[in-house]
Design a protein around this ligand. Structure first.
Ligand code: ADP
Ligand code: MG
Length: 261
């Protein structure tokens, strides 16, 4: 199969056209290819709006994974900086995430153990803080929902056939509350991708998007936002090592404010 033009650059990989109808995702870190490949295989067998997964391949000495190509911009680029567009897309996002959480799966819960490992392995958190965070995590519900755990507008492609969810590297099974807290935390952070669109740069628009997203999710599930603060400490703690520089500092500051309370 022939590799074609570069069509996407993410934090973990570059994505190229692959033959006529597919893409190849080539990871910076080789072990991620196997991890996302395993997750994609699981997802392929569930009833979700995702690209069809075709398998692992080696390209010029690097492992990559092959997916069906989905045409269209990601939601990040599709959103216009108007209240109407922000609200409409935030609601789509909440509905899609709800679909993921409600899909039947037989995978054993691993979310709390994976977060515990991340916290324990972090060099940015003191041993005393680790103990507090892990004790808090223990008191939170286990759950058995499928959680994308990297669910944000750049991981949804708005195709002619509707929204399609990509980027399954972080898949976990556990409480849907953890997944919602993670998404909300990412929307609220100040981190920006290169050449970020207007709505992401303007704080008030970004906050409005978050509010609309959460309101829709709470309405769909008939719950309230009480769980967000309960999950925020472990969620921030698990995020620290994924970020660098000023954005890592932002996450650390948010964590420390909460730990001091
Ligand atoms: N199946 C696909 N079809 C078309 N474009 C894709 C597909 N998968 C990924 N892309 C593009 O590549 C970008 C990076 O892919 P992604 O899987 O999100 O990688 P990362 O884990 O690095 O964020 C996406 O934002 C999107 O623009
Ligand atoms: Mg991505």
């Amino acid at each position: 199969m022939k590799i074609g033009e570069l069509i996407g650059i993410g934090n973990t990989a570059k994505v190229y056209r692959w033959g006529k109808t597919e893409v190849i995702k080539l990871f910076y870190d080789q072990s991620s290819a196997v991890n996302e490949g395993n997750n994609a295989e699981l997802i392929n067998n569930l009833k979700l709006r995702t690209p069809k997964y075709s398998g692992l391949v080696e390209h010029e000495g690097k492992m990559g994974i092959v997916y069906e190509r989905i045409d269209g911009p990601t939601m990040l680029w599709h959103i216009e900086p108007s209240e109407r567009s922000l609200s409409y897309n935030a609601k789509i996002m909440a509905n899609l995430q709800c679909e993921i959480h409600n899909v039947e799966n037989k995978i054993l819960p691993n979310l709390k153990s994976e977060i515990t490992n991340k916290v324990n392995n972090s060099h940015e958190i003191s041993n005393d803080e680790k103990q507090i965070i892990i004790d808090m995590l223990k008191s939170l519900p286990d759950g058995n929902s499928l959680c994308h755990y990297d669910f944000h507008p750049d991981n949804i492609i708005i195709s002619p056939n509707g929204p399609i969810i990509i980027d399954w590297l972080n898949l976990l099974v556990g409480s849907h509350e953890a997944d919602i807290t993670r998404t909300s935390m990412m929307i609220q952070s100040h981190s920006l991708p290169p050449n970020a669109p207007n709505w992401l740069i303007h704080r008030d628009l970004r906050e409005f998007f978050n509010k609309e997203y959460l309101t829709e999710y709470m309405k769909l599930t008939d719950t309230n936002e009480g769980f967000l603060e309960r999950w925020m400490i472990p969620t921030l703690a698990a995020r620290i090592d994924e970020m660098q520089g000023e954005y890592r500092q932002e996450i650390k500051d948010k964590l420390h404010i909460r730990l001091r309370k």
